[in-house]
Design a protein around this ligand. Structure first.
Ligand code: KIV
Length: 264
């Protein structure tokens, strides 16, 4: 049966962890979907892993639409989540127009990076039938404001602000939250605080779901390997085996382990 936002809500209610993995083309989408990954993310990480940029900022709507439509052709029942590229949701009007393009290309949900300033936009999208995932913590589109790729929410003031923002965005209509590079105790507090499913990357084992970039979990890392990445191909010996091992490790919460987690 196809995965929907209701499936993710059920997982949260039952306390069962679900898996999310990026894909950017039809072949990977089919393998990932058939391996039992619940959500395929067409991340704007494609600007870095496919295009070789040093950030996600150069990714365009046309490029995202191309990759979303490729993934949709290979998908076999996973929920398709598409990133809205940098500055394509700066106003509510732009967000509605651009989200519609991604949904027409085959997305079931869009992901936006930001905090409380997105409330009205999320409300407008949600009211018009577009499920939204709000990405908080280390939001890579803000790399120039953060001055680098750094763990977020380390002190209590920022941690409380992040909890407040997550709650406000869910109240505005967000159907899921994604937390990137935040200390595990904070991610656990946010997961408890909101009713919507929470997906983590570098956020510890207590979120409702886990996400990785497919290149990273296949050991295709060109620079320094981030702490939260595990190479599943090294143990499995095949791409299909690696993805199945990831799904199983997320499900039984053996991934992420302590060594993949930021404590504070
Ligand atoms: O763009 C992406 O792939 C992402 C994940 C790292 C969560 O946003």
């Amino acid at each position: 049966m196809a995965v929907t936002i209701n499936t993710l809500r059920d997982y949260k209610q039952k306390g069962e962890a679900f898996s999310v993995l990026t894909s950017y083309d039809a072949t990977f989408a089919q393998i990932v979907s058939e391996a039992g990954v619940d959500v395929i993310l067409i991340g704007d990480s494609l600007g870095m892993v496919l295009q070789g940029h040093d950030s996600t900022l150069p990714v365009t709507m046309d490029q995202m639409v191309y990759h979303v439509s490729s993934v949709a052709k290979g998908n076999r029942g996973s929920l398709i989540m598409a990133d809205m590229p940098f500055m394509t949701y700066g106003t509510t009007e732009a967000a509605l127009e651009n989200a519609a393009e991604l949904m027409r290309a085959g997305a079931h949900m869009v992901k936006l990076e930001g905090t409380d300033w997105m409330k009205d936009t999320i409300h407008a999208l949600s009211e018009r039938g577009v499920p939204v995932c709000a990405h908080l913590g280390l939001t890579p589109q803000f790399v120039n404001k953060f001055g680098g790729y750094k763990v977020q929410g380390r002190d209590e003031k920022h941690a409380e602000l992040m909890i407040e923002h997550a709650s406000e965005l869910v109240a505005a209509g967000a159907d899921a939250i994604l937390l990137e590079c935040v200390p595990a105790p904070l991610a656990a507090r946010i997961t408890q605080a909101v009713q919507a499913p929470v997906i983590g990357i570098g956020a510890g084992a207590d979120t409702d779901g886990q996400v990785l970039v497919v290149h990273d979990m296949l050991g295709m890392v060109t620079g320094r390997k981030p702490r939260f990445v595990k190479d599943f191909l090294a143990e499995s010996g095949s791409i299909k085996g690696a993805i199945e091992a990831y799904v199983a490790a997320v499900r039984d919460r053996s991934f992420p382990a302590e060594e993949h987690t930021f404590k504070a």
